[in-house]
Design a protein around this ligand. Sequence first.
Ligand SMILES: [Zn+2]
Length: 154
Amino acid sequence: MECPYCKEDIKEGAIKCKHCGSMLNETELKEIKIDKEKVFCTADGIKVTSNRFIVENSTYSISNISSVKIGSESSIGIIVSIIIFIGGLFSLSFITELGIGLIILAIIIFISSSKKYTVIVSTNSGEVKALTDKNKEAIVGIVEAINKAIEYKN
Ligand SMILES: [Zn+2]
């Protein structure tokens, strides 16, 4: 720990600096700790530090997070596109335009409904889906950073 006045090294929990004689009250010590906020991950609109997890408009205090995990969800769109695709194949034999239209629609829905990954944060007020993204690596990276922040705190 560093004295905020003379920057000399002092013992953790000291109430008076042995170098310059300054009194160190609790508020000042808390400020020192905030200054020493360690950054684990920064990305587009996302920041994970030893104190906070900031995602777009939300900020979570690391000390309020008990655990973090990855959720994944496949969109219902895959099922819908299979149904439309089969419908398209049937109607191809009767009305060609409708059949082709349905098959194209199925392909569009299928492409746009790929798997998504979610950062699920457990706090004392319950589970929160903090962030959802198609990029699995990005989500894994954020979860790892939050875990490091939780470990760092404890
Ligand atoms: Zn000092």
